[in-house]
Design a protein around this ligand. Structure first.
Ligand code: ZN
Length: 399
C-alpha cells in the first residue's frame, strides 16, 4: 500500500533502497575482474540444462501503460487537420500547432506526433486498431468511459455492475492482484496513476497493491532530496483539475524513481491529461499531452533497458481505456451514446512479441484480452484464476 511498505519488501528481497547505482557499478567491477575468459566460462555454464531451466523460470517484467482517452485517429493518422483551428479544436496558436504536428502525409504526421511509437514500437513490436488498413480494437463494456474500461482491461472481462466512475471498489479479481500472489512477483508490483479513482479500480483495500494515485504524496518518508522535492511539488502546485487528476510529468518522475530504486517486475502507469484536455476542447493541449506521453514511454523504456533486470526481458503493453467521438463535434466526448468511443488501439513491444508492426486482424481484438496477454508475457495463464477472462491476443506474445 504505502511506499514505505513497498521499500521494506524490496529490502527483504536483498536489494537495498537506492542500491541500483551501486549494483550497476558492482556488475562492471565484476566484469573487469573476471575478464573475457571468465565471461566465456559463465556463458558456457548458462547453456547447461539446469541453468537454462532456471533462466526460463526467472521472472520477467511487464508494464501496462494507458494514455486516457487517446484516440486511435491520432495514433494512426497523426494530427487531425479538421481540428487544428479555433472553432472545433479550441486551438490558440494554429500556426504553431501546424508547425509542430501537421505534415503532408499520414506517415510523417503520426511520426511527428508519436516518434517513439512510430520509430520503435512499429518496427520492433505490434500496433492493433488501425481501422484505415488493418482491423479493429474495441472495448466490450458498452459504456465507453474510464472505470468500466480500466476494469475490463485489468480483470479480463466487462462487468455491468461497474457503471460509474464514482463506483465502489472493484469487486473483481484483477490480473495485477493475481500476479502479486505469484512466485517471484510478490512485493514486486507497483502501480502509478494520475487519476484519483485508481485505488478503487484496483481495489487497494482488498488487494494490498501499492498504488500511488492522483495527488497523494508520492513519498510519505522521502529517502533523498529528489523524493522530498517531488513531495514538495505535489503539495504546493495549483491543481488544474482539482483533486481528481495530477500532472503526468510529476507522476513520471515518481515512476522513474521507483523503477531505478525498487525494480518492480509488474508495473502499471496511467497517464490522464490526454483525456482532460480533449474534454476541455483544447486540441493543441491534447496533442501536446499525447506527444509528451510518447516521450515519457520512451524515457521509461530506455531507462529500463539500461538496468540488467529489465534489458531484453520486459514487455510493454500500451493502450487507451476508451476512444472518443469521430467527428469535429464529438471528438471531445465519449460514453455510451458516442459513436466511435468504443474504438481503441493496443501496442505491444517486448522480447516475445513478433515485430509485425501495424497488424492486420480478421476479428476485432478486445480490451478484455489485455489482462491475459499481460500475464502471458510473463509465461503465466491468468485464465486459470479468472475463467471469465478473454483469451490473450493471438500472436501478440509468443511464449
Ligand atoms: Zn473522459
Amino acid at each position: 500500500m504505502s511506499h514505505r511498505r513497498c521499500l521494506a519488501e524490496v529490502v527483504r528481497d536483498g536489494i537495498a533502497p537506492g542500491g541500483a547505482g551501486r549494483l550497476r557499478i558492482g556488475a562492471a567491477a565484476v566484469k573487469r575482474k573476471i575478464g573475457a575468459a571468465g565471461l566465456a566460462a559463465l556463458a558456457a555454464l548458462a547453456g547447461s540444462g539446469s541453468t537454462r531451466a532456471e533462466a526460463q523460470r526467472a521472472p520477467e517484467n511487464v508494464v501496462l501503460i494507458v494514455s486516457d482517452g487517446l484516440r486511435w485517429q491520432e495514433v494512426f493518422r497523426g494530427a487531425d487537420t479538421a481540428l487544428v483551428n479555433r472553432r472545433f479544436g479550441g486551438v490558440e496558436d494554429t500556426a504553431a500547432l501546424s508547425r509542430a504536428f501537421v505534415r503532408g502525409t499520414r506517415d510523417s504526421a503520426r511520426a511527428a506526433l508519436l516518434p517513439f511509437v512510430w520509430t520503435v514500437v512499429a518496427r520492433r513490436g505490434q500496433l492493433l486498431g488501425d481501422r484505415d488498413s488493418a482491423g479493429d480494437a474495441v472495448v466490450t463494456n458498452g459504456l465507453k468511459f474510464s472505470y468500466p474500461g480500466y476494469s475490463e482491461m485489468i480483470t479480463g472481462h466487462p462487468d455491468p455492475r461497474i457503471d460509474s466512475n464514482d463506483g465502489p471498489p472493484n469487486p473483481n479479481l484483477t490480473v495485477f492482484e493475481w500476479l502479486a500472489r505469484q512466485p517471484g512477483y510478490r512485493g514486486h508490483v507497483a502501480l502509478f496513476g494520475t487519476w484519483d479513482a485508481f485505488p478503487r479500480i484496483f481495489n487497494r483495500d482488498r488487494s494490498g497493491l501499492p498504488i500511488r494515485a492522483g495527488w497523494e504524496t508520492p513519498f510519505p518518508s522521502p529517502a533523498d532530496s529528489t523524493q522530498a522535492l517531488l513531495d514538495h511539488l505535489y503539495a504546493g502546485t495549483t491543481r488544474l483539475w482539482g483533486d481528481e487528476l495530477a500532472y503526468d510529468a510529476f507522476m513520471q518522475a515518481a515512476v522513474l524513481d521507483a523503477v531505478r530504486r525498487e525494480h518492480p517486475r509488474v508495473l502499471f502507469v496511467g497517464y490522464g491529461e490526454t483525456d482532460e484536455w480533449a474534454h476541455s476542447r483544447r486540441y493543441d493541449q491534447t496533442l501536446e499531452s499525447a506527444h509528451r506521453v510518447d516521450a515519457f514511454i520512451a524515457e521509461l523504456w530506455n531507462t529500463m533497458q539500461r538496468i540488467p533486470q529489465y534489458r531484453g526481458r520486459t514487455t510493454f503493453i500500451i493502450t487507451a481505456d476508451h476512444g472518443r467521438g469521430a467527428t469535429r463535434e464529438t471528438w471531445t466526448d465519449h460514453g455510451r451514446d458516442v459513436d466511435g468511443a468504443e474504438q481503441i488501439w493496443i501496442a505491444v513491444l517486448g522480447p516475445h512479441t513478433p515485430p509485425l508492426g501495424v497488424r492486420r486482424t480478421d476479428a476485432p481484438v478486445t480490451q478484455s484480452q489485455i489482462a491475459a496477454t499481460l500475464a502471458q508475457a510473463l509465461g503465466l495463464d491468468y485464465r486459470t484464476a479468472e475463467p471469465a477472462a478473454a483469451a490473450p491476443i493471438p500472436g501478440a506474445v509468443s511464449r
